[in-house]
Write a protein that binds this ligand. Structure first.
Ligand code: NAP
Length: 470
């Protein structure tokens, strides 16, 4: 895949880059290694100060950064502005909380026959981050802010279609005060990842992306015995039960499916509706979806911009056609528009069967699958019936049912009467083929820490110089 900015709203290639040579990559890894040693001599407070400076820069540069993201991958300008703000919030969250999250944790010294025992969280070194284009700033920030706060250094291999946002990130951290090499963008294709992760100076990797990419990086990391965090795909269920507020559920369902032009890992993708309210919900939902305005992502009146690539749009349409050819019903959308740009209409498809691709595959575009179920048990069976387990949603005003959904949905998160979103305060990640490990919160920061046990025995305090002198 060539490394280039191509505007998805027009299909025009705006800027392309030669990939870095092996020698350039090796030199960058060397700088990351050196910067890690430099960070060893800094305090958490110093690093927190640099993160705060990064947040201030993000706020000050919000509009131009948002325009860059919209140009590179097609999200609406308003969504891109919000993403810059959220990225600044994450920097401030770790700037404020890193000291507490990294503080030594005392253990029960008596129980382990020590005079003192505690757990210390220490950084491990340069971490390779392989990142996707769909939230080109936020996905990187939720790795970078905690990793840098902890004293690690970052090597970013960003998606090949967002090189300018990738370069902006390197520049941002440098201007914020982090030493040269603390955060470096490697302009390389995915074929370079094996060599980078095999370098002994690179200590771990985090990937946000597709299942095949996760398997590939997991294999390399297994061979090299390196820690990984994998945030992969999802096909999140959105269950609607008879007691739900249907107007609200249909409104949130529309946003949950079409945010980011339908290209979010935690977008609700499968709408599983109890038969008692199916027709009413389906009518409201399809009407909301059909009313969304598709068009120029820079236009403030646009709800849904283009998909990020021609290949991505072709794949979405093939999944819809596969279902229709096998008897599924389209309630709205489903037609490929003519003209420039990789636009796709908000689409609702029902009468799905397990033989159709849409039943179990992730659809990465504004296309909703609608499933009719006749009981709680059937809702859970359909909801848990894919290989994914990223987020999940359930709509019910019944307290007992809420508890049951929290217990029974097999996913990294359960959101009741609301849309799945990520927050710096809450851990984020999946189970099953949606990956492993967690980002955000203190847990995300500790994924790339050496969780070091320190045990101090009898005599340690009195066996110093004074004791020997006697
Ligand atoms: P992708 O093809 O896996 O690309 C993601 C990143 O991985 C890019 O930097 C890509 O580089 C690189 N890559 C691809 N194949 C690789 C390989 N074999 N070895 C090493 N690196 C490789 O994913 P995508 O289709 O662009 O993005 C959409 C996917 O990401 C969806 O499945 C979505 O659900 C998932 N996603 C998950 C989360 C989450 O938090 N769980 C968040 C966002 C997106 P190139 O660009 O150079 O190919």
């Amino acid at each position: 895949m060539s490394i280039a900015t191509t505007n998805p709203a027009t299909g025009q290639v705006l800027k392309s880059y030669d990939p870095m040579s092996d020698e350039q990559v090796d030199a960058a890894i060397g700088r990351a290694h050196l910067a890690f040693r430099q960070l060893h001599d800094t305090t958490v407070a110093q690093r927190a100060g640099w993160l705060t400076a990064a947040a201030d820069l993000l706020d000050a540069e919000r509009d131009e950064t948002a325009r860059l993201m919209t140009t590179e991958m097609g999200k609406t300008y308003a969504a891109a502005q919000a993403e810059v703000g959220k990225s600044a919030t994450a920097c401030r969250f770790y700037a404020t909380n890193a000291e507490r999250m990294l503080a030594d944790e005392p253990a029960d010294a008596d129980a382990v026959k020590a005079t003192r025992a505690f757990v210390r969280y220490q950084p491990i070194g340069p971490v390779l981050a392989v990142m996707p284009w769909n939230f080109p700033l936020w996905q990187v920030m939720r790795f970078a802010a905690p990793a840098l706060a902890a004293g690690n250094t970052g090597l970013l291999k960003h998606a090949s279609n967002v090189p300018q946002t990738a370069l902006y990130l390197e520049d941002l951290f440098r201007r914020a005060g982090f030493p040269e090499g603390a955060f470096t963008t490697l302009l390389v294709g995915s074929e370079a990842v094996d060599r980078i992760l095999s370098d002994p100076r690179v200590r771990a990797a985090t990937l946000t992306g597709s299942e095949p990419a996760g398997r590939s990086i997991g294999q390399i990391a297994g061979r090299e015995l390196k820690k990984t965090v994998l945030e992969l795909g999802g096909s999140d269920p959105f269950v609607v039960m008879p007691s739900a507020d249907l107007d609200r559920a249909a409104e949130v369902a529309t946003t949950a499916r079409c945010q980011n032009n339908g290209q979010s890992c935690i977008a609700a993708k499968r709408f599983i509706v109890h038969t008692d309210v199916f027709d009413e919900f389906a009518g409201k939902f399809a009407a909301n979806m059909a009313a969304l305005r598709v068009g120029d992502p820079m236009d403030p009146g646009t709800d849904v911009g283009p998909l990020a690539s021609e290949r991505g749009r072709a794949e979405v349409h093939a999944q819809v056609r596969d279902a229709v050819d096998q008897g599924a019903t389209v309630l709205c959308g489903g037609e490929l528009p003519e003209g420039d740009g990789w636009f796709y209409p908000p689409t609702v498809v029902t009468d799905l069967t397990p033989r159709m691709r849409m039943w179990a595959e992730e659809v990465f575009g504004p296309v909703a699958g609608l499933y009719r179920v006749s009981s709680y048990a059937e809702a859970i069976e359909v909801a848990n019936g894919t290989t994914f387990g990223l987020g999940s949603n359930a709509w019910t005003r019944d307290r007992q049912e809420q508890e049951r959904f929290a217990a029974d949905l097999d996913a990294g998160s359960v959101f009741i009467n609301g849309m799945t979103t990520s927050h710096p305060e809450l851990p984020f990640g999946g189970v099953k083929n949606s990956g492993y490990g967690r980002e955000l919160s203190a847990l995300g920061m500790r994924e790339f820490c050496n969780i070091k046990t320190v045990w101090v025995g009898e005599g340690a305090a009195s066996a110093g110089a004074g004791a020997h002198a006697e």
